[in-house]
Design a protein around this ligand. Structure first.
Ligand SMILES: Cc1cc2nc3c(=O)[nH]c(=O)nc-3n(C[C@H](O)[C@H](O)[C@H](O)COP(=O)(O)OP(=O)(O)OC[C@H]3O[C@@H](n4cnc5c(N)ncnc54)[C@H](O)[C@@H]3O)c2cc1C
Length: 881
């Protein structure tokens, strides 16, 4: 086959995708196919091009093959030409017949909508058609081309909205066939709020304008009826039952596999959102949906419903219902909905919180038992966390992003694939089920004061964000044009928007990680550090699937016994941004007012809570879950566990509340924005107002303890030492969880990882039966290892003191950036070399040979510290009965 033929076929395949997503109708597709491939090639290749549909979408396949059969079974050239003519003129036909007088006036049809369409009819329409009718002597391709360009000219709204064809009527002669344009994004579809849900169907009523066929047995008519079924917009009793498209945290049109797949079924689609707080919350203390998140969800649902309305559909809101006193469940609600609508298929995109996955498994298996077809798609993470395996990589370094990426590289699983385009229309059911108004879900209920006035705590959040999918794409675009250029080195800056601010959109699935990855890869500036952030996100979900208790239980057993402070006043001060440390306060106020702060600031406030206030990490987690608009159980819990010293990956640093400002807010503008009472202090003192001379405070109107709080703790060094000593104490107390050889903490492994480590299949019963606990040495902060040797030493004398001092951290950032430059390949090669060394060492030991001198290695840590301990332990699994 020639390259150009290859290219043509690729074009045709691309066009076929448009048919699948409803952007093109089968007849136009076939006509274009003949035009692109030519008569002969269409005859020989068409059937093989559409062959995949014979299993994937049988209805579309049969329509296309009947189009093909019909076209090529025409014996006479005249017939062929007539068919081509008919195909090419489909867009003209409606204007011949759909005049107001000719339209049967059906109940429920809103004239104002149809009139928009009808008014746009060109005056010269009759003439155009006559010209077409005069054309039989001309070439088929020319005719098609001419017809297309004319229809664009005369019906610009059709082109603009990529209209669907809703066809009906006898096509024997051009004068009697009918095609109605259904604009999918025009104002003519706006439904007044006052129209009840059932009447909102009337927008679908436009479709009903189609005239009943006069010769139903006519061959072409039958074919068109089939097409109508494919597009799913007919109201005939034989229309396929609707599909329930269950939206959860995938509130988007772009790159939504469940949405596209349900469209491909060719049935009406009923998008539904079910609010079930009990299911969402799961076991333990997840605070899965805090106040800020619920508010975002409310707004996002409202925006998404509007997006669906623009493509001729809408979102049905439901509160989970139960039977009798039973707590409302999604399963029950779906069953009721299926009964009401006659739906036999349910589709959704998967969620990975273990309790939600369990709920989904129960829902789908129970529906399947009752004869429903159910399909779950994967799109929330780049990689399905349940499919990530440590096989071939081992457990060494588990918890770090490099280890996780190694696992993904070694066990690639399903390809990430190409993002899917959004559909331009969504077929609606004949009858919409009765939902509840969005407000009834109670997601954005504001408290009231005693006097009845509303406390609108979300006013600033509203000002700070655009909650729509378009808003997500606008942010992404803005970031890829600007912030991305500074991301590699300056993403820690609090005073400049150098990060993407996409986290809430990713959390609610308004932007898919795959879409983000593709755009980031396609951008002119492609910092590996940014792309690795998506791996961090996946890593968090992987950890949550392995350790479902992640949001409330410390992974390292000894740390559960740590002595924490119970000082509620300190906690309150931290939450309200009144600690007396301007950098911490600015961040906490930004969080309260906008629902967000950048990653660096999250580290600063987390370090302050844990290392200096000695408050348990769970308090920080819970506050974040309630106040962040991107609050994400998996990421938040992983980060707070790491910050709280008990996660898989110890942070090997502690942020100092003043020194950190040298990196993230060197000129004090961030503090000035969020703590305006300090705005007049000079740059060099704005982060430590307690050092200001009294005269300066007077001049700038700052009264410590009045206009700005006094520091709630002043003995920072002592508090750090105390924190270290507490850790040393519990590590001594629970020695069985400390690896004697390396000094690393030992973490009990979940069964899934044990099976992988032992090379067993996941469901192998042997490991489960033996009831053994397997312990793995994990990344451990170097200063803790040293402290174990000298438990009473103070933090300052610890050579591995983890506190970052201003510019040292920037240097560290640069070191890491430098290492990251080689990106993943480098770390994989490094890991590979290390594995090789280990094998060699084991071999020598077994053979009784002298150990070979170890080669010099690059160590990934703060360059100033001496390299006595390695933070990454060996990966041997020990077992305890
Ligand atoms: C204590 C603490 C708690 C956190 N809690 C959350 C949370 O609840 N929800 C949340 O989305 N992020 C959380 N993060 C991670 C990170 O701070 C935010 O994802 C980031 O600040 C969001 O801003 P951005 O979109 O501009 O990020 P960018 O730097 O532009 O990164 C792009 C995306 O990558 C992902 N990402 C970035 N950093 C991380 C990370 N460390 N771990 C996992 N994914 C990451 C996010 O989805 C983010 O939107 C937390 C970090 C800390 C230190």
């Amino acid at each position: 086959m020639s390259p150009s033929a290859d290219g043509n076929q690729a074009t045709v395949r691309q066009m076929l995708r448009e048919v699948l997503v409803g952007r093109e109708d089968p007849e136009s597709f076939f006509a274009k196919c003949v035009s692109v491939l030519g008569h002969l090639e269409t005859r020989t290749q068409f059937l093989s091009i559409i062959k995949p549909l014979s299993t994937a979408n049988t209805r579309l396949y049969s329509v296309l093959s009947s189009l093909y059969q019909e076209y090529f079974s025409q014996v006479s050239e005249d017939d062929e030409l007539e068919l081509a003519l008919a195909l090419s003129l489909l867009e003209m036909e409606d204007h011949q017949t759909s005049t107001p007088n000719q339209l049967p006036h059906q109940p429920g049809v809103r004239d104002n909508q149809s009139s928009v369409l009808l008014n746009s009819k060109p005056k010269s329409q009759g003439k155009n058609c006559t010209q077409q009718e005069d054309a039989p002597g001309r070439g088929k391709k020319a005719l098609l081309a001419q017809s297309r360009s004319r229809s664009k000219e005369t019906f610009p709204e059709a082109e603009a909205h990529k209209s669907l064809h809703i066809e009906s009527g006898d096509n024997q002669s051009l004068g009697t066939s009918q095609t109605l344009y259904v604009p999918v994004s025009s104002a003519s579809f706006t439904i007044p709020n006052t129209v009840p849900k059932c009447e909102q169907n009337m927008k679908e009523g436009d479709v009903n304008l189609s005239v009943k066929p006069r010769h139903p047995k006519n061959r072409r008519q039958r074919r068109k009826a089939a097409i109508q079924q494919i597009v799913g917009l007919t109201r005939s009793p034989s229309a396929p039952p609707p599909v329930l498209l269950w939206f959860r945290r995938d509130l988007r049109l772009c790159d939504n596999p469940a949405l596209i797949r349900s469209l491909e079924l060719g049935a009406p689609v009923i998008p539904v959102f079910i609010w079930s707080p009990e299911e969402e919350e799961g076991p333990g203390v997840t605070v899965a949906m805090g106040g800020a998140c619920k508010y975002w969800l409310h707004q996002a649902l409202s925006c998404f419903c509007a997006s669906l309305e623009r493509i001729g559909s809408h979102l049905v809101f439901l509160k989970a219902s139960g039977e009798g006193t039973e707590v409302g469940s999604s399963l029950q609600t779906l069953k009721v909905l299926a009964k009401e609508t006659g739906a036999q298929t349910v589709m959704a995109n998967a969620l990975y919180e273990p309790w939600l996955k369990e709920r989904d498994d129960v829902v789908f298996s129970s529906l399947q038992k009752e004869g429903f077809k159910c399909k779950m798609f994967h799109s929330y993470c780049l990689r399905d966390p349940f499919s990530v395996s440590t096989e071939g990589v081992g457990l060494r370094g588990i918890g770090s992003v490099s280890h996780f990426m190694s696992c993904c590289q070694q066990n690639p699983g399903a390809a990430v694939g190409v993002p899917l385009d959004p559909p331009v229309s969504l077929p609606s059911p004949a009858h919409w089920p009765q939902g509840v108004p969005l407000n009834a879900l109670g997601l954005a209920v504001m408290p009231r004061r005693k006097d009845g006035t509303i406390i609108d705590w979300a006013a600033n959040i509203r000002k700070s964000w655009d909650f729509s999918e378009d808003g997500a794409h606008a942010r992404l675009e803005a970031f890829l044009h600007d912030g991305v250029y500074r991301y590699e080195k300056e993403s820690g800056r609090a005073d400049a928007p150098n990060t993407s601010c996409l986290s809430p959109y990713l959390h609610f699935g308004q932007l898919s990680p795959r879409w983000l990855l593709w755009d980031a890869k396609g951008a002119r500036c492609r910092p590996p550090k940014f792309q690795r952030k998506l791996a961090w996100r996946d890593l968090a979900y992987w950890q949550l699937t392995l350790f479902p208790d992640l949001p409330w239980e410390s992974l390292r057993p000894p740390y559960k016994a740590l002595r924490w402070s119970t000082d509620r006043s300190h906690l309150k001060a931290w939450q309200k941004g009144k600690t007396g440390y301007p950098l911490v306060d600015a961040a906490m106020r930004q969080l309260w007012l906008t629902g967000w702060m950048n990653n660096y600031m999250r580290h600063v406030v987390a370090s302050f809570l844990i290392a200096y206030l000695h408050l348990p990490w769970q308090e920080g987690y819970r506050w974040f879950q309630d106040t962040l608009v991107d609050a994400d159980v998996a990421i938040d819990a992983m980060m707070w566990q790491n910050g709280g010293m008990c996660g898989l990956d110890h942070w090997n640093f502690v942020m100092h509340p003043v020194d950190a400002a040298m990196t993230c807010d060197p000129y004090g503008s961030y503090v000035r924005e969020w703590c305006p009472e300090l705005a007049d202090l000079p740059d060099e003192l704005i982060h430590k107002p307690w050092k200001c001379p009294a005269s300066m405070l007077r001049r700038t109107g700052v009264v410590l303890g009045q206009t700005y709080p006094e520091r709630i703790v002043t003995d920072l060094e002592e508090r750090r030492s105390k924190s270290l000593q507490d850790v040393a104490l519990v590590r001594k107390q629970f020695q069985q969880y400390v690896d004697k050889r390396s000094g690393c903490d030992l973490v009990p492994l979940p069964k899934r990882l044990v099976s992988e480590a032992l090379g067993l299949s996941h469901c192998d019963g042997v490991v489960l039966a033996e009831e053994k606990q397997f312990l793995l040495p994990v990344i451990t902060r170097m200063e803790f290892k040293h402290q174990l040797e000298d438990p009473d030493a103070d933090a300052a004398s610890n050579p591995y003191n983890a506190v970052l001092k201003g510019y040292v951290s920037r240097k560290r950032d640069e070191t890491i950036a430098f290492l990251n430059e080689r990106d993943f390949t480098a770390s994989v090669m490094y890991e590979g070399a290390q594995r090789q060394e280990r094998l060699e060492k084991d071999y020598r030991r077994m053979e009784g040979l002298h150990p070979s001198p170890s080669p010099r290695r690059r160590v990934r840590r703060t360059p100033t510290a001496k390299d006595k301990f390695s933070i990454v332990p060996g990966g041997a699994v020990a077992s305890m009965h």
